[in-house]
Design a binder for this molecule. Sequence first.
Ligand SMILES: *Cc1c(COP(=O)(O)O)cnc(C)c1O
Length: 489
Amino acid sequence: MRNENQPLIFELIHEDRIGYSLPELDVPDVELEDLLPEGYVREEAAELPEVSELDIMRHYTALSRRNHGVDSGFYPLGSCTMKYNPKLNENVARISGFANIHPLQAEETVQGALELLYELQSSLKEITGMDEVTLQPAAGAHGEWTALMMIRAYHKANGEGHRNKVIVPDSAHGTNPASAAVAGFETITVKSDENGLVDLEDLRRVVGDDTAALMLTNPNTLGLFEENILEISEIIHSVGGKVYYDGANLNAVMSKARPGDMGFDCVHLNLHKTFTGPHGGGGPGSGPVGVKADLIPFLPKPVLVKLEDGTFHFDYNRPQSIGRVKPYYGNFGINVRAYTYIRTMGPEGLRQVTEYAVLNANYMMRRLEPYFDLPFNRHCKHEFVLSGRRQKKLGVRTLDIAKRLLDFGYHPPTIYFPLNVEEGMMIEPTETESKETLDAFCDIMIQIAKEAEENPSIVQEAPHTTVVNRLDETRAARTPILRYKKDYK
Ligand SMILES: *Cc1c(COP(=O)(O)O)cnc(C)c1O
């Protein structure tokens, strides 16, 4: 099955075999030139594949079987929270009152949808310990940028527009420095100490009256909880900076600890990670931002409010707002799914999610610890990072291990990240996986560690059972061929 060769759709063309039949034209034919402005009409007909409906069905079904998703197998991709997305979410998102409304409809005709958004905001406020939430941002990175633009507007409004530095730890997710740069800040890196946590001395050294904000993930990308978080936020606040929480992966603290109680001023969440929105493949996502009271005036507009008569209304009269960050009101369908999830789980359910996510990660970490280096040997939260440096000495790199996992039908963990771990493998099992699945994956990891010692070439040359074997990744990234060309061979 896996090895069957699947031709391109263009290679299936059989002239005049078509997938539709239309009745004879019984209305006057119109020249396109009469309808469209000059220059907009194609000279030659588009080259479309001529295939039958059945052929096209089989073609795309065969391709879809080559995909790996949470519904088809284990997906321990660290910092991504590839958990199961309950199908109930899909049923609710497809209710026609949600699926078929239009963003330009009058407010009084969509009160139910607005109430759902309002209630979702309220739940997220409670979960994060923030005072207000916007649902506009479409992804985590978009949320980061939105919050940074608000921090920028806040400093400016206070006559402190000179604050142009954003501090990020060396273990930070790559989107953090990227968002800071796009928002017009200069980023400063703060080092991790030997325990994998923010080095407080280094932090004290880099803060100053030009500090706009610190961006922090807690637990950090090593899966470790920043136990000095109160001191960290105090250091930033004492110089007038804001503390930003990258809450893309809330799986480790949800219903246990709240960024708002740790001294954070704002936070973004990834509803397409922690709150079971489907993700991957480029979206759509949802990256709401929560803020403490002094950032509320700068929220993107419109802001959804509940009026005294109990109805819901979009408030555009927000003179200090950073403006819109997304057409309309965010990715509504993903917000419906997240709301469904939160309401079906309840606070107790969300607490259990956190407990199982952390338990699963610690269980796997301890099972794998004898076979791989564990650079930061402490209890982890929702994920942990192994190092492949022991295998590297045998000539087997982390990339080889990741490729070998494909032979067993697993999606590999995140590799070579975070950057402060040599040959890193970042594993996040999530709470939705059973002990049998975790054990089966660990067994394969242990088998690969043994292969690295006894038969390294089988790992170095992997994968062996996939549709294509090892790709030239540099060439694939530098000279991708994304479009069919007839004469390309
Ligand atoms: C996934 C992730 C992001 C970025 O989220 P996107 O929705 O992919 O933009 C940011 N920070 C952390 C820690 C993440 O895991």
